[in-house]
Ligand binder design. Structure first.
Ligand SMILES: Cc1ncc(COP(=O)(O)O)c(C=O)c1O
Length: 387
């Protein structure tokens, strides 16, 4: 069959849909920040964003920072991983292992389960070492693994701390409990591509008071402002604080969070029901008992070559731009690994390699119009029919 006539419609990789009421909210609250004349260091919007985000999660207290990478670093400093190894997936963005190195720990990679995209207990058991202190469980693409309960029990039976990298999983649930409330401490991202965003930003969430308090000090260069504003109390702090205007954007999204998630889930259902799946292209099945945050919508492809075929045909014939996949590159494979304290870069991670080679991500963002989503599906169905 010949390629469809070139489309007039372009579906971009990403676009943030701030509507008139969102812009009015931001204008009103930014004006209030400016009238107060107070932009950082204990401002009311950062405090409100933290409180409302924690309340929305339903468990724990939250501290706002400037990214998920720094949130992870602060968490790993709070639990003090110096002289210890930390288990992380190789199937993640490099921010996860980099945070371990930045906190003075050693990276131990582990493999995933292709059904959940998350660390598998079998691989954790295989890779763990006597000096291991923590596990960083990444909720890849907004999916929570149902094995989190077994992973948590195993961690606690060995005295390991379970950290959730929930950078991409705002609002994902496992049997009704939200990502960020399933382990001992969690990190979120508010980077502009994320489900909830402030452009750049992050959050640490935990119920452990001592970790919260030491994080509060470290994010402010080591100063505890409740004591005084000059004395640096720890040697490994940095400036990881969030700005008041950033927090206004955060407050907007935390108040819109349920609507944002509902729209993403509607789009996922549309894809699930309108794509002509066949032997070559299958949906990624979200595990039972969980609700994805749909940071990404994944297709499973039968052959690695199909990844590029689908991406280029959608771009060249239909002007449908696909977003980055999760993930095209494994961490242990990257050149920078040789310069970092990584203990097992040469281990085998077959499930991670399999997923790297057998998936493609479709456009998944709020504000995709019904015309655009229809164009994505009809274009993809044309491509699938010719495979
Ligand atoms: C799993 C994971 N962890 C951490 C990060 C880092 O987030 P940030 O850009 O907020 O530092 C990302 C970013 O995409 C991510 O995908």
């Amino acid at each position: 069959m010949a390629a469809k006539k070139e489309s007039a419609l372009t579906v971009p990789v990403y676009r943030l849909p701030y509507g008139a009421s969102d812009i009015a909210f931001v204008q009103r609250h930014v004006a209030r920040v400016l009238k107060r004349g107070y932009l950082t260091d204990g401002g009311e919007y950062v405090a409100a964003f933290e409180a409302e985000f924690a309340a929305w999660l339903g468990r724990g207290q939250a501290l706002a920072v400037n990214s998920a990478t720094t949130a992870l670093e602060l968490i790993l400093k709070a639990i003090d991983v110096r002289g210890h190894s930390v288990l992380v997936p190789t199937y993640t963005f490099y921010a996860t292992p980099l945070a371990v190195a930045n906190a003075g720990g050693q990276v131990l990679f582990a493999d995933i389960d292709r059904a959940t995209l998350a660390l598998s207990l079998a691989s954790l058991k295989k890779q763990v070492r006597p000096d291991t202190k923590a596990v960083v469980l990444v909720h890849v693409a907004g999916v929570i693994t149902p094995a989190v309960t077994a992973i948590r029990s195993w961690c606690h039976s060995r005295g390991l701390i379970l950290i959730e990298d929930a950078a991409c999983a705002h609002g994902a649930t496992l049997r009704g409990r939200r990502a960020g409330t399933l382990g001992d401490i969690a990190a979120f991202s508010f980077h502009h591509s994320k489900v909830l965003t402030t452009g750049e930003g992050g959050m640490v969430v935990t119920r452990r008071r001592e970790w919260l308090e030491s994080t509060r000090v470290r994010r402010a260069i080591g100063v505890d402002r409740r004591r005084n504003n000059w004395e640096v109390l720890v040697p490994d702090g940095n400036n990881y604080k969030m700005h008041e205007i950033t927090a206004v954007l955060g407050l907007l999204h935390v108040r819109r969070a349920d609507r944002i998630l509902a729209e993403r889930r509607r789009l996922a259902r549309y894809y699930d029901t309108h794509i002509n799946f066949n032997d070559h292209v299958q949906p990624f099945a979200v595990p039972k008992g969980t609700k994805s945050a749909y940071y990404k919508y994944l297709l499973r492809v039968k052959e690695p070559a199909l990844k590029e075929v689908i991406r280029t045909q959608l771009r060249d014939h239909y002007k449908v731009m696909l977003p980055p996949n999760v993930y095209d590159h494994l961490c242990h494979d990257q050149a920078v690994t040789a310069q970092l304290p990584v203990l097992n870069a040469h281990a085998a991670f077959p499930e991670s390699e399999y997923m790297r080679d057998h998936h493609v991500c479709l456009p998944m963002y709020n504000g995709l119009t019904s015309e655009e989503r229809k164009h994505v599906v009809t274009s993809l169905n044309h491509v699938i029919a010719r495979l």
